[in-house]
Design a binder for this molecule. Structure first.
Ligand SMILES: *Cc1c(COP(=O)(O)O)cnc(C)c1O
Length: 393
């Protein structure tokens, strides 16, 4: 059977049984090292002349199952797994830049990615240009230099759920001899496959939708064989931000339901977004599935759906946001996203409260901005909880 020819629902669910015992579900290879038969075998494995495991930082059978599944889903050739999304971000970027190189990235990125690009890579003489208007590919083109090695994008991106044109950015990157890296965390391979649009590397915070159940922190990089081999032999091997076999096993379990989860997330998000858009206490709703989203058309072209993330702007600013956080039921007050249950957060009083107001607002984090990760509960229950909370403002 060629799984590549199967539909995504089948690819997600299908897993081989254990060849040794027939165990339907694969065991967890909870081991740090692997025993060689003799000295020649050890030598051959280290020389790469014989297939086989050596040490779990370099490879592990449970982790390998997840690598293969993710490569299949994203239509890449190979994948590497990390102990967090940020470990994947740093391993993917550091593998392809050296002193004197240049990176172009959109300004609106996951906070720690922005921080990594602003404060860490710059310590080693790597320059980064942040593009303000990521919705216009021309701005990436204008930022390119002869020494640009990476264009880094995230789409859709917090806080305004702005989209970046993946295909256009891939062309710009390749014309300039650079790689395009796409953070696909919000969409997942069920809804968006950046490699098919020209991206070189795709990354995930698997903490979010890939695992989906809120019990693992992990990251994933997917790309072609050559790039993944290079990453394995450099930033993964020598920086070492790997995941554990147990966490890989949990992700293998979680990802099986990705298709039905994403369908439900989206169905609920569409209902919640429409409800919020018509509510008098709400100034604006940012959701790519709404026709009012400025890039609704691009969302329809480059993805198979709109996902489960919504941002909204409350009319009442900071106080309204705080009141909503303190009165909302069902939704948990927490950062992170992509779990089966609904999460809500108010950046101005939570994640971004230490950031000065001017800086915060320049990044689009206004006082009344609220972010919702819509879960797969009953949509009417979610809407009722929102209605009740909004009525207290
Ligand atoms: C959470 C997140 C990250 C970082 O992932 P961790 O697993 O928390 O390290 C990167 N990008 C996006 C879009 C995220 O949501």
């Amino acid at each position: 059977m060629d799984l590549k020819k199967c539909k995504r629902e089948t690819q997600l669910v299908y897993g081989e049984a254990c060849k040794t015992t027939g165990s339907h579900i694969q065991p967890i290879y909870q081991t740090s090292t692997f025993v060689f038969d003799n000295v020649d075998q050890g030598a051959n494995r280290f020389a790469g002349e014989e297939e086989g495991y050596i040490y779990s930082r370099l490879g592990n059978p449970t982790v390998k199952l997840l690598e293969d599944k993710m490569a299949l889903l994203e239509e890449g050739e190979d994948a590497t797994i990390y102990g967090s999304g940020m470990a994947a971000v740093s391993a993917g970027i550091l593998a392809f830049v050296e002193q004197g190189d240049h990176i172009v990235a959109q300004r609106c990125l996951y906070g720690c990615t922005h921080s990594f690009l602003s404060h860490i890579v710059t310590k080693w003489g790597i320059e980064v240009t942040f593009v303000d208007d990521a919705s216009n590919p021309e701005s990436f083109k204008n930022a390119m230099r002869p020494n640009t090695k990476i264009i880094y994008i995230e789409t859709p991106a917090n806080p305004a759920m702005q989209l970046t044109d993946i295909k256009a950015c891939a062309e710009i990157a390749h014309n300039g001899g650079a790689r395009l890296i796409v953070d696909n965390t919000f969409m997942t391979p069920y809804l968006q496959r950046p490699i098919t649009l020209g991206a070189d590397l795709v990354l995930h915070s698997a903490t979010k939708y890939i695992n989906g159940h809120g019990d693992v922190v992990a990251g994933i990089l997917i790309g072609n064989k050559e790039d993944m081999d290079h990453i394995r032999m450099t930033t993964q091997k020598d920086i070492g931000g790997i995941t554990s076999p147990f966490d890989a096993w949990l992700m293998l379990r979680g990802v099986k339901t990705l298709a039905i989860r994403m369908k439900e997330h989206e169905k609920n998000a569409m209902k919640v977004a429409s409800f919020l858009e018509n509510h008098p206490k709400v100034e604006r709703v940012y959701y790519p599935g709404l026709p009012s989203h400025p890039q609704h058309e691009l969302a329809k072209i480059q993805a198979d759906g709109f996902g489960g993330m919504i941002s909204l702007e409350l009319k009442g600013g900071l106080e309204a946001g705080k009141t909503m956080m303190n009165t909302i039921e069902i939704f948990h007050l927490a950062v992170s996203l992509g779990t089966v249950d609904s999460l809500i957060q108010h950046p101005a009083s939570m994640t971004h409260s230490p950031v000065p107001v001017e800086e915060r607002c320049a990044a689009g984090i206004t006082d009344g901005l609220v972010r919702i990760s819509v879960g797969i509960e009953d949509a009417e229950d979610l809407i009722q909880a929102l209605e009740k909370s909004l009525s207290t403002i």
